[in-house]
Structures are given as structure tokens and as C-alpha cells.
Design a protein around this ligand. Structure first.
Ligand code: 3PG
Length: 306
């Protein structure tokens, strides 16, 4: 059995070593394709792979067509919007993710971005503190929960909205559950986004919603760029010079944001929320174990294309 690790954004070496150990202990072969850049290289590498471990790498119908021996794809991470689930099902390929394995890393970066924003991008002028500010967590999944845990240490007042998570689950963490996204944005000084990119959420963070934020509002995005309605956010930030936007996922309109909103906009150059040795080890080794469990015992826990 051939297990391909296809990561355009590579894992830390220590994580690759751990993945290799799991795969070889099961008697399988590990093939590594890192920083491949062009899709053609991925199409060539998947030809004889029985299993693939990916990150944000795109697995579409063309890749699945080329991967004639493929049985399983594991997205080492949470969001699987980069995999065409319907095409995978049609090709009889199981798709899994590794929920929770990299969530602390993403949550920590959200605070890195928050501190940078409230300290005026470290330009030496007096900023503000996070203590006592109202934090809104938009979606209370694994990352959202870690954000809540860390926010307690900062002394923030914590609110959350999640259409799919029961109020009691949120409130048992000492977080105030609000009834709508509109309420969250109108209540909170800082909103941290943790929604996945789905047909329902794409472009949903728009002018009307963000405009509900109080004066000096800060929006932090460590989720997906697709959830932002970029044209509307640009229009709003032109009108409201008090708003700040910090993101780990570079917008398509990055140059416009950077040119128009210097001092109140920042994007990391490459999505790096999950780019820690710990998160790479956790997610990478979980992916390797899930592949072995699937190929040896037919275990389908964490399957996302039912
Ligand atoms: C995820 O969905 O797990 C995070 O967005 C991390 O993605 P990455 O593996 O591409 O860094």
C-alpha cells in the first residue's frame, strides 16, 4: 500500500517523521510530495497512491480521476472545503478530516492578531488592552472553544453564536450564548471568526453584519477567506475608519485592503494558523492512524462523505 503525503505547505519535519513511523509500522510505503506548486505534479504523484494525506491541497474530480488506486483521503486538519466530496463518493473514495488536532494553534494565532491590532500594529503609539473587552466567537467548534479558554486568561467578557451548538454547551464554559450573528456583532468589540466555508456561509460576513459592530470594532479571521464579502467589507471600511480587519487568509483583494487601510488591516503572507510543530504532529499523525485504521480494519470514524 502506498500512502502519499501531498502538502504544498509542508508539515514540520518532526511531523513527517512521525507520519512515516506510523505508515511503515503498518507495513506500508510513504511517498512525500511537498511544495509541488503545479497541479501536474500532484496528478502524477496520485497515480498509484492508495491513500493520501493533505492539508489545504485541492482534491477535485481531475485529481480523483487520475488516482485510480485511491481508497482514502485524509485532510490533516478541520476544514475540508478543498475536497470535492461528491466526486470522492462517486469514485468510491472515503474522505476524513482530523477535527480538533490543530485547533489550539489556530486559536493562539487569533490572539496574536488581536494583540497586534489593539497595539496599533506595534507602531509605538498607545493602543488598548484586551482585558475587559467583549469578545464574540462566531461558531463554537474546536477552535472557538480554545479561543474561549484563552480569552478567559486575557480577562475578556466572552460571547458566542453558533447556530448548531446548543446554548447549554456554550454556557457551561462560562461563555454567554447569543441568539443570532447580528446580536453577536452588535454586542462585541472584537469578533473572531470560526465558521467553515459552506454554500450557506460564503460571503455571509457582509456590510450589514460587520456594520453592527460598535465603534473601534475589530474583526479577526482565522477561518476562511470565502466567508468574507470582500467588496462589501472594503466599502464599509472606507466609510467607517474606526474598523480594523486582521486575517490569516489573504483576501483576493489583499492589495486593495493593504493600500486603503494601512494601520488597520493586516494579512499573514501565508495561512499559518495551524503552522506549528505541535499542530502538524497532532493532525499528521492522526491522519496516518486513521488511514491505517481504515485500510486494516475498515474504521470510518471521522468520515465526512457519508
Ligand atoms: C484547518 O482547516 O484545519 C485549518 O484551516 C488549517 O489549514 P492548513 O492545514 O492548510 O494550515
Amino acid at each position: 500500500m502506498k500512502v502519499l503525503v501531498a502538502t504544498d505547505k509542508p508539515f514540520a519535519k518532526v511531523a513527517v517523521d512521525g507520519i512515516r513511523k506510523e505508515i511503515e509500522a503498518a507495513g506500508y510505503e510513504l511517498v512525500l510530495l511537498e511544495k509541488y506548486g503545479e497541479k501536474a505534479k500532484l496528478l502524477e504523484a496520485v497515480k498509484d497512491a492508495n491513500a493520501i494525506i493533505i492539508r489545504s491541497d485541492i482534491i477535485d474530480a481531475e485529481v480523483l480521476d487520475a488516482a485510480k488506486e485511491l481508497k482514502i483521503v485524509v485532510r490533516a486538519g478541520a476544514g475540508y472545503d478543498n475536497v470535492d466530496l461528491e466526486a470522492a463518493t462517486a469514485h468510491n473514495v472515503c474522505v476524513m478530516n482530523t477535527p480538533g488536532q490543530n485547533s489550539n494553534a489556530v486559536a493562539e494565532l487569533a490572539f496574536g492578531l488581536m494583540v497586534m491590532a489593539v497595539r496599533n500594529m506595534y507602531n509605538g503609539t498607545s493602543g488598548t488592552e484586551l482585558m475587559g473587552k467583549k469578545l464574540g466567537i462566531h461558531a463554537y467548534g474546536n477552535v472557538g472553544r480554545n479561543v474561549a479558554r484563552i480569552a478567559k486568561g486575557f480577562g475578556m467578557e466572552i460571547y458566542a453564536f453558533d447556530a448548531f451548538c446548543p446554548k447549554e454547551v456554550i454556557e457551561k464554559d462560562g461563555v454567554k450564548a447569543v441568539g443570532s450573528a447580528e446580536e453577536l456583532y452588535s454586542t462585541c468589540d472584537v469578533v473572531s471568526l470560526h465558521i467553515p466555508a459552506t454554500a450557506e456561509t460564503k460571503n455571509s460576513i457582509n456590510y450589514a453584519l460587520v456594520n453592527k459592530m460598535p465603534k473601534g470594532g475589530l474583526l479577526v479571521n482565522t477561518a476562511r477567506k470565502e466567508v468574507i464579502n470582500e467588496a462589501e467589507l472594503i466599502q464599509l471600511m472606507e466609510e467607517r475608519t474606526d474598523l480594523k480587519y486582521m486575517t490569516d487568509i489573504m483576501p483576493a483583494a489583499n492589495e486593495t485592503f493593504a493600500a486603503k487601510f494601512a494601520g488597520r488591516y493586516f494579512s499573514t503572507p501565508k495561512k499559518m494558523g495551524a503552522q506549528t510543530a505541535e499542530a502538524n504532529i497532532n493532525a499528521g499523525i492522526a491522519a496516518a492512524k486513521q488511514i491505517v485504521g481504515f485500510l486494516k480494519d475498515g474504521c470510518e470514524k471521522f468520515r465526512v462523505n457519508k
